[in-house]
Write a protein that binds this ligand. Structure first.
Ligand SMILES: Cc1ncc(COP(=O)(O)O)c(C=O)c1O
Length: 482
C-alpha cells in the first residue's frame, strides 16, 4: 500500500532533536493535539513515570495504574468492613454487593446485555480460557479451529480437545501475519459439513499487533462453530462491543486494561454457550449443596449453583472487585477511543521512523514483522535490530541495552510460538525433530532448531503513552547504527 494512503508520515532517519521531531509529527498529525487530555492525565496521575525517567513500552505485558485508582481503592478498604462473600452477614453482603456491581460494570463496559451474557471472575485471561477448555464438550471428530497466531494460553486448550479425540486444526498465517482467509473459509465449510466445534482466535495479536477481523465471529457462528475471542491484548486500547459482534466466549485480564488490580480477569460468556459446558469438578462456592454420605463411590451427589457462581471456584478475589469497577471507570473517564486514537498516531510515527533507520552502508537498521502500516493493526510492534549485513542482533543484547537506559520493552517469543515460527520462517520438520531432544528451556529448544535465537523485541503502547516514549525508543534503536 502507498504510504500516503495510510496516513503515515514519510519515512525519515529521525536524526533531529525531540522538539523538532515533535513539531514535524504535529504538522503531519494535528489530530494528536485532540488527545492532549492524556498528557494532563499522565502529569497528574502517572507522575512517577516522568519523575523516575522511565520509558514504558510494555503495555501489552501489563498496563500502568493511575495513582487515583490505588488511592480510591485504599480509601474504600480503610473505611469499610468486607468479609468473605457466600454468607448473609453484613461484611459478607457488602463484599457480595461490590462483586455484583463489578459484574454489571464489566457488562456495561463491553456493551453486553445481561440477558445475553454472564461475567465469571477468574484469576486472569488464562483462567478464563481454561474454564472453557476444561468444560467444552469436545468429542471424537469434533472440529476445533485454532489460529497459528495465538497466545499459549489459547494453544493449551488443544490438550483438552485432543485428549477427547477432537480434530484440532490450525489456520495458517500469510506473510504479513494475518489469517489465511481462504484456509479459514475452507475449514469453516468442512466443519459445517461435519461436526463444527470451537473456533478460538485473538482479536489482536500479542506478537505482531495484527487485528484479526471480528467479522470471522459471525462467519464461524453461521457455520455452527462456537467462538472464543481472546481479547486480552485488544481490550486495553480498543473498544470491544459485544452487542455488535456476539462471540460466545471472551477472556480478558484487568491488569492489561488498567494496571490494577493484578490477579483478576474474567470470562464473558453467552448464556446459551455456557449451557453447553460441563464442569469437570466442583468446589466450594460453586455448589448449592453436596453430600458425602450420599456419594457411595459413584454417581452425582452435588448440585451446582446457577451461572456465574457455578464457574467461580472457591472464593473470588473479593477485595479486588471494587478496584475492577474503579479501573473501568478510570478507563472510561479518559475514553478507550481517545487512547486508541493517540496510540495509533504514535504507532504510525514509530513504524515510519523505524523504517527510516539505516546503517551507514544504507542497509536497514531493523526488521519489523507483520503490517508495516496502520491497516487493521493495534499499537504493538515486533522487530529485530539488524547488523549492516542484514543479520539479526541477539535480542537479549538489545533488551539489556534498553534495560540499562530505563526503557521497558519485552523480548522473546511472547508466549506466541506460532507467530514466532511463522515470522522467522522456522521449518515444521525441524521443530518436530527438536521435540525428540532433551531441551528443558526455550533457549535450548531454539538452539536445537536454529543456530540463533529466534524472537524479537516487542514495543507496545497504552493508556498514557506519549511522543517522548516513542522518540526515545527510536533514538535508542539508532544507537545501534554501524
Ligand atoms: C493475547 C493474549 N492472550 C492471553 C494472555 C494471557 O493473559 P494472562 O497471562 O493475564 O492470563 C495474554 C498475556 O499476555 C495475551 O497477550
Amino acid at each position: 500500500m502507498d504510504r500516503s494512503q495510510t496516513g503515515l508520515p514519510a519515512a525519515e532517519p529521525v536524526a533531529e532533536g525531540m522538539a523538532q521531531a515533535l513539531a514535524r509529527f504535529l504538522a503531519t498529525s494535528p489530530d494528536y493535539m485532540d488527545t492532549k487530555a492524556i498528557d494532563e492525565l499522565r502529569a497528574r496521575d502517572y507522575r512517577r513515570l516522568d519523575d523516575l525517567g522511565h520509558t514504558y513500552l510494555d503495555y501489552t505485558g501489563g498496563s500502568l495504574y493511575a495513582e487515583s485508582q490505588v488511592r480510591e481503592h485504599l480509601d474504600l478498604l480503610l473505611n469499610s468492613v468486607f468479609g468473605n462473600p457466600h454468607s448473609s452477614n453484613p461484611s459478607s453482603s457488602a463484599a457480595t454487593q461490590l462483586a455484583e456491581i463489578a459484574r454489571q460494570d464489566v457488562l456495561r463496559h463491553f456493551r453486553a446485555s445481561e440477558d445475553e451474557y454472564a461475567v465469571i471472575f477468574t484469576q486472569n485471561a488464562s483462567g478464563a480460557i481454561k474454564l472453557v477448555a476444561e468444560s467444552y464438550p469436545f468429542r471424537r471428530g469434533l472440529r476445533v479451529l485454532l489460529t497459528v497466531d495465538n497466545h499459549n494460553s489459547v494453544n493449551g486448550l488443544r490438550e483438552f480437545a485432543s485428549a477427547k479425540g477432537a480434530d484440532v486444526r490450525y489456520i495458517p498465517l500469510t506473510e504479513d501475519m494475518r489469517l489465511d482467509a481462504e484456509s479459514l473459509a475452507a475449514e469453516f465449510d468442512a466443519g459445517s459439513a461435519g461436526a463444527p466445534g470451537l473456533f478460538a482466535y485473538p482479536a489482536q495479536s500479542n506478537f505482531s499487533g495484527v487485528q484479526h477481523d471480528l467479522g470471522w465471529i459471525a462467519r464461524a457462528k453461521a457455520r455452527g462453530f462456537d467462538v472464543l475471542l481472546d481479547a486480552a491484548a485488544f481490550a486495553p486500547t480498543n473498544e470491544l462491543r459485544l452487542d455488535l459482534v456476539h462471540p460466545d466466549f471472551v477472556d480478558v485480564s484487568f491488569y492489561k486494561m488498567f494496571g490494577y488490580p493484578t490477579g483478576v480477569g474474567c470470562l464473558i460468556a453467552r448464556h446459551e454457550a455456557l449451557a453447553k459446558l460441563v464442569r469437570p469438578w466442583y468446589a466450594g462456592g460453586t455448589v448449592a449443596f453436596a453430600s458425602v454420605l450420599a456419594f457411595a463411590g459413584r454417581g452425582t451427589a452435588h448440585r451446582l449453583f446457577d451461572v456465574p457462581f457455578s464457574f467461580e471456584d472457591g472464593t473470588i478475589d473479593y477485595l479486588a472487585m471494587p478496584a475492577v469497577s474503579i479501573g473501568l471507570r478510570h478507563l472510561q473517564g479518559i475514553g478507550v477511543e481517545l487512547v486508541h486514537r493517540r496510540v495509533m498516531l504514535l504507532t504510525g510515527w514509530l513504524l515510519a521512523a523505524l523504517a527510516g533507520l539505516e546503517h551507514r552502508n544504507g542497509q536497514p537498521l531493523c526488521e519489523v514483522y507483520g503490517p508495516k502500516d496502520l491497516e487493521a493493526r493495534g499499537a504493538t510492534i515486533l522487530f529485530n535490530v539488524l547488523d549492516p549485513d542484514g543479520n539479526r542482533l541477539d535480542y537479549n543484547v538489545v533488551q539489556r541495552a534498553a534495560d540499562a537506559q530505563g526503557i521497558s520493552v519485552r523480548s522473546g517469543c511472547h508466549c506466541n510460538p506460532g507467530a514466532r515460527e511463522t515470522a522467522m520462517h522456522m521449518s515444521p520438520l525441524l521443530l518436530q525433530e527438536s521435540f525428540t531432544h532433551s531441551a528443558t528451556s526455550s533457549e535450548e529448544f531454539l538452539a536445537s532448531v536454529s543456530d540463533r535465537l529466534d524472537g524479537g523485541i516487542r514495543v507496545s503502547l497504552g493508556i498514557v503513552s506519549n511522543f517522548a516514549d516513542v522518540y526515545r525508543l527510536v533514538q535508542f534503536v539508532r544507537s545501534f547504527t554501524m
